[in-house]
Design a binder for this molecule. Structure first.
Ligand code: FAD
Length: 400
């Protein structure tokens, strides 16, 4: 957004509570690599230019990429400046920070989608003897107690963490709710290449059937790795991970799992196949069938005939629980009547229901790619255009 505002000669400042690339520096586990290939690390006026476009950046490389970008665009960032409140004024906003106050005519909320781990209410009933941490607190298996681990949540974070912990020798049980399976490589090309080329990532917020639902869809079960392996549930059970259904409750120290594991897996296989069908149709339509491998379909997810419906957490079999159950944004600092009853900002493709306020960087803000680094460019351009028109209109309207 800063690059787009500079390009339109709009004076602005970026307030950051930590440092540049703060979330990548402080909220990710050690072995994580981006799950988007390097060529997808594209920001307005800047992109990955290394010699491994099909590889996946490590966290230090991701941090360096964002830091270089901030330098290249001379982003006017005030680091170590936490916004504590933003209040609507007649002609703009009053922004209070732990480092002074600001007045602005327009406010862009780009505080991220993953500020607060979304723990299910059952988390409170976990016996205190069990070590509990969120995917944001998790760093590596060496920091866990010896013994069994229950990972709750089977999307990108949960499956990657489950695989890594299982490799460390701690037996993993994975509680599986709604998830979306995906191969890493399909017909010889990266799945993200297909999604980009076939326009899947360009699906628009005002054209999908149910945008509320689309914004809550979990992340694809994908991992970035040198061997480009698929990290789906079949891979995990092959490694010895035990699958159970969604964690539905904890009563008297007994973890209770939903009986819907098979259904969830069938649904996930179905959604994956729908995506592959869309890709195949696009490949045929664009004459690619001769150039790429033939269409593939994958073995359905293997599920035990009767997976456990409960585990007594007081028996010592499980020593650690890792919550990989997603995140919420934190807008507690926003003192404007723009939140719905679930605490989400009411907006139309990032244009907030408060004059001059914009939202950036949340899932499916304007396009399916909005949740990715690669989504920032198109969203920021659209919103910067709107913002520039808003400021022009205000200037004319106020006679200034
Ligand atoms: C585990 C994980 C893996 C991911 N992997 C990928 C991937 O492989 N590829 C990809 O494209 N995307 C990935 N993403 C999504 C990625 O995080 C987003 O695309 C990207 O970070 C969005 O950038 P952002 O600047 O909008 O949000 P963030 O990176 O979250 O930045 C928000 C910033 O706002 C600051 N902030 C928050 N509140 C305040 C406040 N009150 N005052 C001042 N500053 C504040 C934070 O410190 C932070 O620096 C991943 C996300 C997670 C959680």
């Amino acid at each position: 957004m800063s690059h787009c505002l500079t390009a339109r000669s709009i004076d602005h400042v970026i307030l950051e509570r930590g440092e540049v690339a703060n979330s990548w520096k402080t909220e990710r586990w050690d072995s994580l690599r981006l799950l988007t290939p390097n060529w997808m690390s594209r920001l307005p006026g800047y992109q990955y230019e290394g010699d491994d476009p099909d590889g996946f950046l490590t966290m230090p490389e991701t941090i360096a990429f964002i830091e270089r970008y901030a330098g290249a665009i001379s982003a006017p960032v005030r680091t170590r400046t936490r916004v504590t409140s933003a209040t609507r004024l007649d002609d703009g906003y009053l922004v209070a920070t732990d480092n002074g106050e600001w007045r602005c005519r327009s406010l862009v909320v780009a505080t991220g989608a993953c500020n607060v781990p979304a723990l299910p209410p059952v988390a409170e009933a976990l016996p205190p003897a069990i070590q509990a941490l969120t995917s944001r607190e998790y760093r590596n298996p060496g920091r866990l107690e010896p013994g069994g681990v229950l990972v709750v949540g089977a999307s990108a974070s949960g499956t990657q963490i489950a695989e890594e912990i299982q490799h460390s020798g701690r037996p993993v049980t994975l509680a599986v709710g709604e998830h979306i399976r995906s191969p890493r490589v399909y017909r010889g090309r990266d799945i993200k290449w297909w999604m980009d080329a076939a326009g899947v990532l360009d699906d628009r917020y005002d054209e999908v059937d149910d945008i509320g639902r689309a914004r809550n869809v979990p992340s694809l079960q994908l991992a970035g790795s040198k061997d480009r392996r698929t990290v789906d549930l079949n891979r995990l059970t092959g490694l010895g991970v035990r699958l159970v259904g969604r964690l539905a409750g904890i009563a008297d120290g007994n973890a209770q799992f939903s009986g819907s594991l098979r259904n969830q897996c069938e649904l996930s296989d179905l959604k994956m196949n729908r995506l592959l069908e869309r890709i195949d149709a696009w490949a045929t339509e664009h004459g690619l069938d001769g150039e790429v491998d033939p269409p593939q379909r994958f073995e359905p997810t293997r599920v035990d005939a009767s997976p456990p419906l409960g585990i007594d957490l007081r028996r010592g079999e499980i020593r650690t629980v890792v919550w990989a159950t997603g995140f919420h944004p934190d807008y507690s600092w926003l003192q404007a009547p723009v939140l719905d009853r679930k605490g989400r900002i009411r907006h139309d493709g990032g244009i907030v229901e408060s004059p001059g306020m914009y939202l950036l960087g949340i899932p499916f803000l304007r396009r399916r790619r909005s949740s990715l680094i690669d989504g920032a460019a198109s969203d920021a351009r659209d919103l910067a255009d709107h913002l520039a028109r808003y400021l022009d209109h205000r200037t004319v309207g106020s006679g200034a």
